[in-house]
Write a protein that binds this ligand. Structure first.
Ligand code: AMP
Length: 225
């Protein structure tokens, strides 16, 4: 199953993707994480993407689509995967459609009002070493600025600064309508309220996933008869 998580930056796609991974063992593919890792390692891809990411702009469709295509070919994606942060333009939607890997698709839009997004992103800190995510107000680390898991230093992402957040939200709003229209029309699309605790949001996602999985096993059973 291919699960697509749509939603503005800070809507909790990463957290929900991790929770889906823990429960269903479907790997989370975050194009943002892949690009940040490339920047950290100083690869040619990282050097190409860095300026765009710092400014809150999108990296080219072809670059991100080829990263995804390469990732989903790996063995751990054979049963399915969760896409977090891709597709982000209608062109990326079309590029994804061409990566025909016979996965049943379920799409979630995680909806969160803009004022909550800005507050969440400006409070977000990530571990510079292991990437764990904290919110300095709602889920602070035990020791200030240090990761509970590995002791690494917590930093604010360059693109989580207020002026960049606004630019990222502007781009999201400009691109998302067409994508939502497309998936709404295609079916297997769910809109989930992303406020409340991570567990509450996951409960809603899970109930839809359970019915999709049930439907799939009924269909499989009928095909086998
Ligand atoms: P994220 O971690 O998903 O918020 O992504 C951080 C940044 O990575 C974005 O602001 C973009 O600069 C870049 N990025 C991640 N995913 C994509 C994508 N699908 N298309 C274009 N740029 C992306």
């Amino acid at each position: 199953m291919r699960i697509i998580l749509l939603g503005p930056p800070g809507s909790g796609k990463g957290t929900q993707g991790e929770m889906i991974f823990k429960k269903y063992h479907l790997p989370r593919i975050s194009t943002g994480d892949i690009l940040r890792e490339a920047i950290k390692k100083g690869t040619p891809l990282g050097r190409q993407a860095e300026a765009e990411m710092k400014a809150g702009h999108l990296v080219s469709d072809e670059i991100v689509a080829s990263l995804v295509a390469e990732r989903i070919r790996q063995a751990d994606c054979a049963r399915g995967y969760v896409l977090d942060g891709f597709p982000r333009t209608i062109n990326q939607v079309k590029l994804l459609e061409r990566m025909a890997d016979c996965q049943k698709e379920v799409v979630f839009e995680i909806y969160v009002p803009e004022e909550i997004i800005i507050e969440r992103l400006s409070h977000r800190r990530i571990c510079s070493s292991c990437g764990a995510v904290y919110n300095i107000v709602t889920s602070p680390p035990q020791r200030p600025d240090l990761c509970d898991l590995c002791g690494g230093r917590l930093i604010q992402r360059d693109d989580d600064r207020p002026e960049v957040i606004r630019e990222r939200l502007r781009i999201y709003e400009a691109e998302i309508k067409e994508i939502l229209d497309y998936y709404r029309e295609k079916g297997n699309f769910y809109r989930v309220e992303g406020t409340g605790s991570a567990e509450e949001v996951f409960e809603k996602i899970e109930s839809h996933l359970a019915s999709e999985l049930e439907e799939r096993s009924v269909q499989k059973g009928m095909a086998e008869r």
